[in-house]
Design a protein around this ligand. Structure first.
Ligand code: SF4
Ligand code: SF4
Length: 269
């Protein structure tokens, strides 16, 4: 198996997705796709909305149209069923920046601990805080300051502000807190982690193939989810896994794979 299989598939997927969104923003695909990652309309009929943006608007007391709510339910259901945090690894443009920065950090052999020491659970407190603040100030707080929104709008509609945000993310990840953006502070990642608690596609570990080389843990952006390695065969249970497949690419023993949870329970060990 190629050492970069999932990296390349995800890169191609994001490239095609954003090519579509750029074309849609310029009026191509009329009747097929209109809008961006926050809100779009498929085939002039199916609404698709960012479920966290709609939740934030609800906390802010906004009048939500039926179409926005339906669009949020459709997208939330998709991510809840498919794979944990698939948005982070397969859709979010910031995920691409943090993944590339992690590669650079490993190449440069920079300190893995950074100078800021905060827990990964911080993101859940930030998630609760931005929703609470949305209710207090009657504005969707995270959407108003979202670094993800700046980057995705920059990629789709042009401009240079997103380059400044991308630069700050790279500096933050390299020198202040490795995997800090997606793994420690992003409330959207925390939201999708909670949403995908019961999702079906999971990383599965085959302990009998494992040589305990720890290559998978070295590349994993959420190392705490791989506690199963070297312990027993089975599925990665934590929905903090972002379904990136980097661990599968890194494992030369084929001891890891994507598999469907529960359908092959008899073969787990
Ligand atoms: S990379 Fe593969 S062989 Fe190495 S520790 Fe991880 S699962 Fe085991
Ligand atoms: S366990 Fe594998 S798929 Fe999940 S975040 Fe870590 S490297 Fe990515």
């Amino acid at each position: 198996m190629s050492r970069y299989k999932f990296s390349l598939i995800r890169l191609a997927f994001k490239f095609i997705l954003f090519a579509f969104l750029i074309a849609a923003a310029n009026g191509s695909f009329r009747g097929v796709l209109a809008g961006d990652l926050s809100s779009s309309l498929l085939f002039s009929t199916v609404p698709l909305s960012d479920p966290f943006a709609v939740l934030s608007l609800a906390f802010a007391g906004a009048n939500l149209g039926a179409s926005a709510v339906l669009g949020a339910v459709i997208v939330a259901a998709f991510y809840a069923i498919i794979a944990p945090r698939a948005f982070c690894a397969w859709v979010c443009p910031v995920g691409l920046i943090t993944e590339l920065t992690a590669k650079i950090r490993r190449k440069l052999k920079l300190n893995e601990s950074g100078i800021l020491n905060i827990k990964r659970t911080s993101r859940y407190y930030i998630l609760a805080s931005v929703l609470l603040l949305s209710a207090i100030f009657s504005v969707p707080v995270f959407e108003s300051v979202s670094f993800i929104g700046v980057v995705q709008r920059g990629l789709i509609f042009g401009g240079f502000a997103w380059l400044g945000v991308a630069f700050l993310i790279v500096v933050f990840e390299l020198f202040i807190l490795p995997n800090g953006t997606c793994g420690h502070i992003c409330p959207l990642g925390a939201f999708y982690s909670i949403l995908s608690t019961a999702s079906i596609f999971r990383i599965k570990h085959h302990e009998h193939f494992c040589t305990y080389c720890s290559e998978c843990e070295r590349v994993c952006p959420e190392k705490q989810v791989l506690s199963i390695i070297g312990e027993k065969s089975g599925f990665v249970k934590s929905s903090e896994c972002i379904s990136c497949g980097l661990c599968i690419d890194a494992c030369e023993e084929n001891a890891l794979e994507f598999s469907i949870k529960n359908l092959r329970r008899k073969n787990e060990n």
